[in-house]
Design a binder for this molecule. Sequence first.
Ligand code: IPM
Ligand code: MG
Length: 381
Amino acid sequence: MVELPYPARLMTKLTIAALAGDGIGPEVMREAIKVLRAVEQKFPVKFEVNEAPVGWAGIDASGKALPDATLALCKKADAILFGSVGLPDRDPTIPKEERPERAALLRLRKEFGLFANLRPVKLPRELSHACPLSRERQGQGIDILVVRELTGGMYFGQPKKTESVTEGGKSFQRAIDTMVYTTPEIERIAHVAFKAARLRRKKVTSIDKANVLENGVLWREVVTTVAKQYSDVALEHMFVDNGAMQLVLKPTQFDVMLCENMFGDILSDEAAALAGSLGMLPSASLGATTDDRTFGFYEPAGGTAPDIAGKNLANPIAQILSAGLMLRYSFGLNDAANAVELAVAKVISSGYRTGDILSPSDQNAKRVGTTGMGEAIAACV
Ligand code: IPM
Ligand code: MG
């Protein structure tokens, strides 16, 4: 039990909207909730977990990927714990604007102004076999925080459409996406990256395509200006193509990678593969901080993995670590967050492995399913 006194607001009940979604979402969410219940046993905190459908589960329940009742529940909550949405088999059967990614996930990001996406990528020593790089390139370990801008850039810029055009007597389709960033949008995400770097190894690598894109030129200028307020943090700029290459050549050079939306989407998957498995990568999507509280949305970065859904094969660690990030960033429960991260580390070092992180040559490995992994972690909290 943690020593009291504990800050008063932490004694109150915290409300969590738990949106498990599709594919492996429900089964990994179940394990994350088990871990939160274990946290309640150890720390002076109570969670009210309200579950609601989203994605195809939302469409099946009430016709919309983000049902009104689910959105209302999110608005009343202190934080959102999200699973994953979208089913490649079913997605093409409805108009693209109604599909789970756009109608639920992107809508929630925009609705709650979740502009800062943090994706911590860490390769534990015991999982070095799961990293596709040679041991030599893994150095003393890979530990990168991808800070991705989440509500701007090409994902949301207007115009965004597909239109029919006729030119020279020929008719065809033309698809248009627009990349837009404003100075304030770049400034606020840059501050997030520099502040995060201060708590780490004090280095920011800002990713852009300033040799081609107007957006890249502005990005580089604004980040350079913001950096002046953080003279204790080293800043370097890197073109995105080089960044993708450097990640596989020498991932240990990176501490914080600051990326616009699309580049961050791509590089964070690449970085996650270096950390052994997408099933290990949690994320926090944060909005503005008011009254010392930051509303946040916490989700694994790995997607619905329909091929393994419902088979007790999915790795629940990304979902569990996402719940840990929620404890840290939205609830200020740093001790509880540390306890969850430590429990994951312990379970990994005692050899528990879901299929995605299992090495046939590992003598120490204990193969477990989704529930086995969740229970082992909950027991270690
Ligand atoms: C992610 C995902 C989403 C994104 C998809 C599902 C819309 O890939 O969170 O990285 O592109 O942002
Ligand atoms: Mg992605």
